[in-house]
Design a protein around this ligand. Structure first.
Ligand SMILES: [Cu+2]
Length: 433
């Protein structure tokens, strides 16, 4: 595993030097994302193309309809990786509005906001009102659930949906299913759909003809891309077992802020770029998180995905479009993360009572303290995190950069905890007299 991983990283870095979409890198990626199944590659592989090419030459000719996926707008984010995420979302919308064939609708695969603030949702709504497609179908990302477990999201974007916001719809013979895999995440786990939603999905698909093209979309990838960074969904195999009998299944996700694609039988998986900021390729940085790239390159690693559907074909043609189409798309993005923003701040008074949150990890991961000790967690990342007791004994609000959470431990015992947004992040406080 370690060797394959290193191989993969080397390949990605090499691809980067060649600047652009690289088929070898793409194949590597699929081989490495191993789920233990045999993947079939065929001519029908959805491919990424620079927008400039796709718009004129082939694109939507003869398509029955087109829809556009945008993702990870993170409205409210203003760190060095992109200080104006509203502007880059606007650029994406402008590009959509300029498409020769008008898309029937937009799909937004989550992380609309950075901190679930009403003002952030308002800004998103305002920009989307300027989009030529009047309909946008949403699913929430973990950033849209920060303050109220998604209540506000549901009120604004989830009318008529089930549970935490899942639903399905039919459009010109294609069955679309929006899934939610960012709630009730378990410590140490990945994204999760949960039993109730899986039951609903099974029921929703039951009785549909196997020739119906299916499009599933959710925030966190429904295939395992990089578990160390939480890039996968624990119970996605269950969901995928329900679509196996269908002739054409397309799965769209966001969350990882870069393009990854995989074909597994009749199922094609695809992740979209963010309209806000890029993240490093798996394993090429100490952790996931906003990646600062030179200002003149930012728009090459942000973008939109437009999908054409042809009745005659059995699969959807997916075209990725970076916001800056003047150069080949950078589908790999190595480079360093923004280390400056991760510099630790504040003098530790008593190291035993302070836990730093850095690079998507609690440091130290386990500490021993005496009863009566107050433990302080400080978030040094550019991304909000939480401190949630696995046993339900304490629970922080979402901590943005430099924010703290404090809890005093009085009773001896072991207190495991995790981040409810990134459940791979776990830690433990051991109270001993
Ligand atoms: Cu977190």
């Amino acid at each position: 595993m370690a060797d394959t991983k290193k191989d993969f990283i080397d390949q990605r870095l090499q691809d980067l030097n060649n600047d652009g979409v690289d088929r070898r890198g793409f194949l590597k990626c699929m081989a490495w994302a191993g789920t233990g199944l045999v993947w079939t590659l065929s001519g029908g592989v959805p491919v990424s193309r620079a927008f400039a090419k796709s718009a004129g030459e082939h694109a939507d000719k003869g398509a029955d309809f087109t829809f556009v996926q945008i993702s990870d707008s993170h409205i409210g984010f203003s760190k060095p990786a992109n200080q104006d995420v509203t502007a880059t979302l606007q650029t994406a919308i402008n590009k959509i509005n300029a498409m020769p064939n008008k898309p029937d609708f937009l799909i937004h695969t989550g992380d609309l906001s950075q901190l679930s603030k009403p003002s952030e949702f308002d800004t998103l709504d305002q920009v989307l009102r300027g989009a030529s497609p009047k309909q946008t179908y949403f699913v929430p990302g973990e950033h849209d659930m920060l303050t109220d477990n998604g209540e506000q999201y549901l009120q604004r974007y989830g009318k008529g949906t089930k549970g935490a916001g899942w639903y399905s719809l039919d459009h010109k013979g294609v069955h679309f299913v929006g899934l939610v895999n960012v709630v009730n995440l378990k410590a140490g786990g990945l994204g999760s759909l949960g039993h109730e939603q899986l039951e609903w999905l099974e029921d929703d698909l039951k009785g549909r003809s196997a020739s119906t093209p299916i499009v599933l979309f959710a925030h966190i990838p429904l295939w395992t891309i990089y578990p160390d960074w939480g890039w996968g969904t624990d119970d996605s195999e269950q969901a995928l077992s329900y679509v196996k009998r269908f002739g054409s299944v397309t799965v769209l996700n966001g969350h990882i802020h870069q393009v990854m694609q995989k074909i597994e039988g009749k199922v094609s998986f695809h992740t979209a770029m963010s309209t806000a900021f890029p993240q490093p390729a798996p394993g090429t940085a100490p952790s996931a998180g906003p990646m600062k790239v030179p200002a003149d390159q930012l728009r090459r690693v942000l973008g939109i995905t437009d999908v054409n559907y042809l009745v005659s074909g059995s699969s959807l043609a997916i075209i990725d479009s970076p916001l800056d189409s003047t150069s080949a798309q950078a589908s790999g993005n190595g480079g360093g993360t923004d280390t400056a923003a991760m510099a630790s701040g504040g003098a530790a008074t008593d190291s035993a009572t302070e836990v730093k949150i850095d690079n998507f990890a609690f440091t130290p991961g386990a500490i021993k303290v005496k009863p009566g000790t107050q433990v302080t967690w400080i978030n040094h990342d550019d991304i909000p995190h939480t401190v949630d007791s696995t046993q339900g004994k304490f629970k922080s609000a979402a901590l943005d950069t430099d924010q703290k959470f404090e809890y005093r431990f009085t009773e001896p015992g072991e207190y495991p905890y995790y981040c409810r947004l990134h459940p791979k992040m776990t830690g433990s406080i051991i109270v001993q007299s």
